[in-house]
Design a protein around this ligand. Sequence first.
Ligand code: NAD
Ligand code: IPM
Ligand code: MN
Length: 368
Amino acid sequence: MANPSLLILAGDGIGPEVMAEVKKIIAWMGDKRGVTFDVSEDLVGGCAYDAHGTPLHDDTMAKAQAVDAVLLGAVGGPKYDTLDFSVKPERGLLRLRKEMDLYSNLRPAQCFDALADFSSLKQDVIAGLDIMIVRELTSGVYFGEPRGIFTEGNERVGINTQRYTESEIARVARSAFELARKRGNKVCSMEKANVMESGILWRQVVQEIHDKEYADVELSHMYADAGAMQLTRWPKQFDVIVTDNLFGDLLSDLAAMLTGSLGMLPSASLGAPMANGRPKALYEPVHGSAPDIAGQGKANPIACILSFAMALRYSFDMGDEATRVESAVEKVLADGVRTADLMGPAGGTPVSTSQMGDAIVAALDASL
Ligand code: NAD
Ligand code: IPM
Ligand code: MN
């Protein structure tokens, strides 16, 4: 049987730095576990713009459609801030999500025991935290029409439109209920049905899908602003949270900081099943290109490494190998290995990006 195929799009800023550490893990999998991938690489974001004048070349888009999974680093950076909106690095990522129809974005926030005292919240609030945010990723205000900057009378007006169809809500709700059944069997749906019609429809459709197909799963609804408050007050009340594109963007950054650092949070963006039965998929850390630390060897590669672990689990049916990678990360953190973003006020000596990668490879070796 052919090897599973993986397209790596390292992108900009710290993207290539953290991806270099993932490549060490991929090489280790081949050498020590006999798990070999057909890896190809290409450009996305600012680096693609520099090479081709577009943040995502059509050939790259076609490659992404053809592989078993895409692994992305990060896009963007100050160098590209003044570019026309249509060719900004972020448009490349949004095109991938939209054209691959990756409607279900899984953003887990898990607290590793070794980092429980590192969160800005009290230890008992955070210890043992394991929640999953399911963010709708291909619709809502990110893509709704009309949009643009127009002139009305003698002033400019900026317009974006929040738009959700029933079927878009239903499919992401199903993916949240399916996940909940494999976890704590609880879903909390967040919107603002008190002020938005799209929120009213969201709440109705999630409830209908629940009542018809997932009555065994516990469902609650919350306004997204109250949800943000509850996430910081007592996050362990949640199991799976399902929410729209924009609220999911905000709430997942918030959840990331519960666990200590944006540098820890992976994500999987999943679409409909392909011919092989696995979902179309793109894996990426939640963090961005971190221009403030790019090129300095300071970035934490764990979010990107854990994103690869999610690929092992969701795209390649290698749950055991995924757990092996996650346990190696856990061991390294328990041993006190820390990149700069994980240093508390007590200080200490941080390791570099590549030293963190090496430590995780050593922990993988020790797992054999
Ligand atoms: P960011 O996530 O890049 O950085 C926010 C803060 O977190 C910075 O202080 C950064 O140093 C820190 N940080 C992020 N990742 C880290 C890591 N792995 N290790 C250590 N520290 C880390 O967000 P931003 O500054 O708002 O955005 C910078 C650029 O990235 C923008 O162009 C933005 O559009 C883009 N962005 C891209 C993605 C993506 O590619 N998926 C996601 C978010 C932001
Ligand atoms: C994310 C990012 C992206 C988003 C940007 C870079 C397009 O913030 O993946 O969370 O807003 O979805
Ligand atoms: Mn974001």
